[in-house]
Ligand binder design. Structure first.
Ligand code: ADP
Ligand code: MG
Length: 240
């Protein structure tokens, strides 16, 4: 579903990603972790071209993510993204948030978009809030709306960038439960998160980054019990 080979990314003179090789198969769940500033957000933002890259190649669903807007649009249609800060449209209701992109980008009629939106809002257990505005919802509810909104575009891959980091502790579980349900349905997922319980339960592989490079990757049982690199051990010592 996704292959990154030899990907390098610079912000001006600063190299943020070094020679990234990563393959994610259909239905695989990857948890990406590492210290702050290690390049996790930059890596996943490259996958839907929210950031450009200067070296190597990224393929998503067989499409080479080049720099032409046509291929970028084609890839973005396949990839849903959920951010730490929800990023809902504040002036639109929950329902409208979920209907906008399918109508504009997929060409769904209003009725089709509404049916699909209600179905997905139900799936994230928030259908009774459909007419409300984002500011009237809790953080956990807003994040579940953001997940539903992404799913309305029928993505083949979902990217999550620290989706629970901005939430009060009591709301973390409802968002993780939504992500677990999505994983169980077979969605291909890359999740940047420090929720190691989630990683143990859901991840096929945990990928650990430091200083813009992948340091190691392993299935969670192996990653947590037998990290191979000193950097990984230090990181785990700090967060567990
Ligand atoms: P993480 O998500 O792991 O905390 P980021 O991918 O956000 O890390 O950042 C990786 C590195 O790239 C950091 O050193 C950060 O300061 C730098 N960086 C990120 N975005 C930009 C930007 N737009 N311009 C310049 N440097 C950036
Ligand atoms: Mg980040």
């Amino acid at each position: 579903m996704i292959t990154m080979s030899g990907v390098g990314k610079w912000f001006g003179a600063f190299q943020a990603l070094h020679n990234i090789d990563m393959t994610v198969g259909k239905g695989e769940k990857i948890v990406l972790c590492g210290p702050s500033g290690s390049g996790k957000s930059t890596l996943i933002r490259c996958i839907n071209h929210l950031e450009s890259y200067q070296q190597g190649e990224i393929h998503v669903g067989g499409i080479l993510l080049g720099h032409a807007s046509k291929t970028i649009d084609a890839v973005r249609r396949e990839v849903g993204m959920v951010f730490q800060q929800f990023n809902l449209f504040p002036h639109l209701s929950v329902l409208q948030n979920c209907m906008l992109a399918p109508m504009r980008s997929l060409g769904l009629s209003k009725a089709e978009a509404e049916e699909c939106a209600r179905l997905l809002l139900d799936r994230v257990k928030i259908s009774e809030q459909a007419e409300k505005y984002p500011a009237q919802l809790s953080g956990g509810q807003q994040q579940r709306v953001a997940i539903a909104r992404a799913l309305c575009m029928r993505p083949k891959v979902m990217l999550f960038d620290e989706p629970t980091s901005a939430l009060d502790p009591e709301m973390v579980k409802e968002v993780l439960d939504t992500m677990i349900a999505l994983a169980e349905e077979g969605m291909t997922m890359i999740c940047v998160t420090h929720e190691m319980g989630f990683a143990r339960q859901v991840a096929d592989r945990v990928v650990f980054m430091a200083s813009g490079a992948i340091v190691e990757e392993a299935p969670p049982a192996e990653f947590f019990s037998n990290p191979r690199h000193e950097r990984t051990r230090k990181f785990l010592g700090e967060i567990l």
